[in-house]
Design a protein around this ligand. Structure first.
Ligand SMILES: C[S@@+](CC[C@H](N)C(=O)[O-])C[C@H]1O[C@@H](n2cnc3c(N)ncnc32)[C@H](O)[C@@H]1O
Length: 276
């Protein structure tokens, strides 16, 4: 049977908490403009599916001060951290243990449904997207960040990071039943589901737009959380993975260096019900 949470160990590692904090600092300032595009009611109901430590959930609560937000995840330690960090926003912002494969909400509950940094890490992403669409009301929006590890570019040094990302992403996907190139494949899934207003936008996490330290912190957290698994699932040893990550981190910290992570944001509107 396919493991529905093949990255459970990495998600629970302390490096993931650092990573989610740095990712949100890097991404949110650009993501806000994409979120403001949606036509939402004055008191929107928002779902943050796979909310982790609540980095996006609390930023949504601040961005939409009259909203009600539910964050769901299957990792209780992330949920506990989110509840304690953002207790001041309860009961407008709440966190529950629920799986994105089987949400408890009724059909058509939410005006906006987010799923950030999850779909590439679990199998059957299309099943999850269908579940997210089910709980979103007609005329409501899906806002997805399906990562794609073919969209990271670093300078060549003694090692060529192109080889690393190409090989690692394909082998890791095959070993875990996931798609680490999910970013480029989400459009097809949304189109096949006949959703409206599908768009693919990019948040550019690079050494010009994002402080180098924040970008470097993301790659350091990946190094600390994923080098063991890369050693297990791919042709690269753990030590070799560490060497590649360290070179990428040095590239980011080099004041003359340039590096970029293109982060796809894939969104769509659930079509309005046709009149009887
Ligand atoms: C990389 S984190 C992203 C967290 C958050 N969305 C953010 O943007 O900061 C992925 C999260 O997905 C959660 N996850 C994995 N499988 C899940 C499932 N079946 N249902 C709900 N959450 C899940 C993990 O526990 C983890 O907290």
């Amino acid at each position: 049977m396919t493991d529905l949470n093949p990255q459970a160990k990495q998600m629970a590692d302390e490096s993931m908490v650092r990573n989610l904090d740095a990712q949100a600092r890097a991404i949110w300032p650009q993501e806000v403009f994409l979120l403001r595009r949606y036509e939402l009611p004055s008191q929107p109901r928002i779902l943050d599916a796979g909310c982790g430590t609540g980095e996006a959930s609390f930023r949504l609560a601040e961005l939409f001060p009259r909203s009600t937000i539910l964050g769901v995840d299957i990792l209780d330690q992330h949920l506990a951290l989110a509840r304690s960090r953002y207790a001041h926003l309860a009961p407008r912002l709440t966190f529950e243990h629920q799986s994105v494969y089987e949400l408890l909400a009724r059909d058509h509950t939410f005006d906006l449904t987010l799923c950030r940094h999850v779909l590439h890490s679990i199998p059957h992403a299309e099943r999850v997207i269908a579940e997210l669409a089910r709980v979103t009301r007609p005329g409501g929006y899906l806002h997805l960040i399906p990562e794609d590890y073919g969209m990271l570019h670093f300078a060549r040094g003694a090692l060529d990071p192109r080889d690393f990302w190409h090989e690692v992403s394909a082998a890791f996907s095959a070993a875990t039943g996931t798609d680490l190139f999910a970013g480029r494949h989400a459009f097809r899934t949304l189109s096949a589901m006949k959703l409206d207003r599908i768009s693919v936008d990019y948040i550019v996490v690079d050494t010009i737009r994002v402080p180098r330290e924040i970008f470097a912190t993301i790659i350091e957290a990946w190094r600390d959380g994923y080098s063991d698994a890369i050693g297990e699932f791919t042709k690269f040893s753990r030590d070799s993975a560490l060497a590649y990550f360290n070179q990428m981190i040095a590239n980011i910290r080099d004041p003359l260096g340039y590096a970029v992570w293109m982060v796809p944001v894939v969104s769509a509107r659930v079509p309005n019900l046709s009149p009887l």
